[in-house]
Design a binder for this molecule. Sequence first.
Ligand SMILES: Nc1ncnc2c1ncn2[C@@H]1O[C@H](COP(=O)(O)OP(=O)(O)OP(=O)(O)O)[C@@H](O)[C@H]1O
Ligand SMILES: [Mg+2]
Length: 406
Amino acid sequence: MASIVLNNVDKIYAGGVKAVNGLNLEIKDGEFMVLVGPSGCGKSTALRMIAGLEDISGGEIVIGDRVVNHLPPKDRDIAMVFQNYALYPHMTVEENLAFGLKLRKMSKPEIQKRVNDAARMLGLEQYLKRKPAALSGGQRQRVAMGRAIVREPQAFLMDEPLSNLDAKLRVSMRASLNQLHERLGVTTVYVTHDQVEAMTLGDRVCVLRDGVLQQVDTPQNLFDSPVNLFVAGFMGSPAMNFTYAELVRDNGGAAVAFAGYRLPVPDSTFAEKPGLDRYIGRKIILGIRPSDFEDAGSASGNSAGWVRVPVRANVTEELGSEINVLFTIDAPPVEHKDTVAAAHDGDDEETTLPLTGDKSLWTARVNARSHVRPGQELELVVDTHNLHFFDVDSGLSIGHEANIGR
Ligand SMILES: Nc1ncnc2c1ncn2[C@@H]1O[C@H](COP(=O)(O)OP(=O)(O)OP(=O)(O)O)[C@@H](O)[C@H]1O
Ligand SMILES: [Mg+2]
């Protein structure tokens, strides 16, 4: 096992595309690091540079205590798992698992032991004599993982390994991957464009955009305190709601005003977000996560900081335990380049409503006890402790520690 460090790594492809731009990233020994971002942001390029499948144009990559810039892939002691499993079709599962070890001239008993261990770990024991064509997609992906595991490498590098599987299988493979990582503790770099996968798998998650690192942190911290509009809009599903708003302070205290609503801003928020008070009297971009709403009728207790927001439900999406309530507010949609970039990805089927230019579509995620129906008037409550504020010009999160002094 080993740490992986990227120092100011660049990749410029022939033709001048800067796919990765000054990337600094430290992946700790044993850590599960996820690289996430929209299509074309440079995730695969970054991973392939770590693997040695792609030359680096600038900077330095260190695996363990070796600078590997000029080391060929086979000498880097890493194992890669791809989206297309790339199994040998004419070989049985057992032969597929053993193949790489045979090439390395490992002894037969050692090969047998490693193959059996991996097969047991992955629940592949009963399939060892089958060929890939006789396996399901999930089973094939397990074999592909098995081939990486038997090598006992210093690190696993995985590029969207689950994206060919159907949704249900993806969830169960995600759980298996988590268990596997618990068990083996091997440093893993995992690429996905799926932010849910990123959140559930990563010890930490690195968000990339156009080859530039936006933020790297634990899933919870990315969710709770995104550094800018892009990360705020990209992480979390349904996506964060945005609107232009004005921050005001009068006899009633501080509040944020938008679309005819006025939400008080708690004092604690000003304490947590240094510099926010300088925006009083100015326009900001306000962000509210769908999960920070609740139906006033089914909200448990009346917690301090919850404020009522009457809306009219346009569309309701019933998810069993929760309901997504889509409603419009009387404010033009935020058209910041960062919110647009974040929204243009992900495979969530966005519900599209015909909107006139002066209304924005928002989502509230409420408890299924709500029984709200489309067309109904509804009182939502919103947790004002979790409001997010962004600078209109820079798109940076106001009061985020990474942005203070910028
Ligand atoms: N061999 C290449 N030559 C030139 N440009 C390339 C090459 N490979 C990738 N690119 C460009 O580099 C950028 C990053 O590509 P990359 O494959 O790393 O993105 P990605 O984040 O993995 O995207 P996806 O989610 O679609 O897999 C893109 O703009 C892509 O068009
Ligand atoms: Mg890719």
